[in-house]
Write a protein that binds this ligand. Structure first.
Ligand SMILES: [Zn+2]
Length: 404
């Protein structure tokens, strides 16, 4: 068998395409395969599909293919343009590559597999391509897969923001709680992000009015956005955010008290933890403090009590527990704790809603860790669009339909 025939077989080429020659440059670590078509061949119009169009002229193109051992391999072909009676002059589609891509389908499939497993910058280094070209491939497959995604049965959503680029920008993520997948990611963290989500949901066969439950933090922007765009959704305030509000109050009490109390120096992280999670040293410090006389210790007890809210067995028990807690907190004479209690009071219904919905952003632990992984793999990502694409790729449960 001649080497061109072998290459033709290996590439899976069918008539009219044939391998006409190959050149190997050991010095340059480069293997070039020349593809041609039989003279007089006719082609289908890439737009309307009309068959038997004659070649009008040709254009020389080159594609990066899978490596030949350790050498970079390239396919080069004269690609015919046809003259279609209906559509005019068009470049024909070749079976080994997408229009306008400089990579073959198999090279793209390899790239997509690699970027799911390691940082894009590392993949770029390994394959010897600029990462911008790899991002372009990722955008194509992710956009295409998202276009085929259905959101028809979605009824429960978790909404959360995450910092992009050292906290200067935010993206807001919308996750389908029941299928544990990210449905939508968009820049910003204002009410408009929820309008954009509702639009996107509708384009994927979902219905904003069918959303029954959402989990959000207490950001007024999210509350407003939900009311305006997801009219039938009951809000559950994320319990980790609710606890954080009381936790922050403890920290404020500690900061103020520490000014006159050298005993509290270096105890910041002690008060942010639960007793069961204290290190031996923190435990010893806590035991040595005159806790009965410390405002910080009182605030800490109030925070621990607030967490017990979530141990209540049902909505009624929770309601009376929360009332008792509110009375205690508002009579604590600790300004930050009183403020936190009032914030809790203003969001009472959404906090108690948890006892019916049992949804929290922490439920999405699997999704959250994939988002963190996406941020790591997208490290040095040049645009928010790149970050969103990586989030969809890792956490979107997409069907990428990669060429095999
Ligand atoms: Zn046509």
């Amino acid at each position: 068998m001649r080497d061109t025939a072998l290459l033709q077989l290996a590439l899976g080429l069918a008539p009219p395409w044939t391998v006409s020659r190959s050149d190997f440059d050991a010095q340059a670590h480069r293997f070039d395969i020349q593809i041609d078509f039989a003279p007089g061949s006719r082609f289908a119009c890439p737009v309307c599909g009309a068959a038997d169009c004659p070649a009008y002229d040709t254009e020389r193109k080159t594609w990066r293919h899978l490596n030949f051992f350790q050498h970079q391999a390239y396919l080069t072909a004269r690609v015919p343009r046809i003259s279609c009676d209906t559509c005019g002059i068009k470049t024909v589609s070749v079976p080994w590559a997408r229009p306008d891509s400089g990579f073959t389908l198999l090279f793209e499939a390899l790239v997509m597999t690699m970027v799911s497993a390691m940082p894009v910058a590392a993949v770029a280094r390994i394959v010897g391509e600029h990462d911008t070209r790899l991002w372009r491939v990722m955008h194509h497959y992710v956009d295409q897969a998202r276009a085929h995604t259905t959101a028809a049965d979605v009824t429960r959503i978790a909404i959360d923001e995450t910092a992009a680029r050292r906290g200067h920008n935010y993206i807001t993520l919308f996750a389908d709680i029941d299928q544990a997948r990210v449905l939508f990611a968009t820049e910003g963290r204002d009410a408009n992000t929820i309008t954009a989500f509702a639009d996107d949901l509708a384009t994927h066969g979902g219905d904003p009015e069918a959303i029954e439950d959402v989990c959000i933090d207490m950001s007024p922007a999210f509350i407003k956005g939900v009311a305006e765009n997801l009219p039938n959704a009951a809000i559950t305030f994320d319990k980790f955010h609710a606890v954080k509000i009381v936790n922050d109050a403890v920290d404020q009490v500690r900061r103020a008290e520490q000014k006159g109390q050298h005993l509290l120096r270096g105890t910041r992280y002690l008060w942010l933890r639960n007793p069961a999670n204290l290190s031996d040293r923190q435990r010893a410090t806590l035991d040595s403090l005159p806790t009965r006389h410390l405002k910080t210790a009182r605030a800490y007890q109030i925070r621990l009590a607030f967490q017990d809210l979530y141990q209540q067995v049902g909505p009624e028990q929770a309601t009376s527990f929360l009332k008792r807690w509110y009375f205690w907190a508002t009579h604590s004479r600790l300004e930050p704790v009183i403020d936190a209690a009032r914030t809790i009071k203003r969001h009472w219904d959404g906090i108690l809603r948890w006892f019916n919905s049992k949804i929290a952003n922490g439920l999405m632990e699997g999704v959250n860790s994939l988002i963190q992984a996406a941020k790591a793999k997208a490290r040095g990502y040049r645009s928010i669009r790149n970050l969103k694409t990586m989030v969809y790729l890792l956490a979107g449960k997409l069907d990428l339909r990669l060429p095999a």
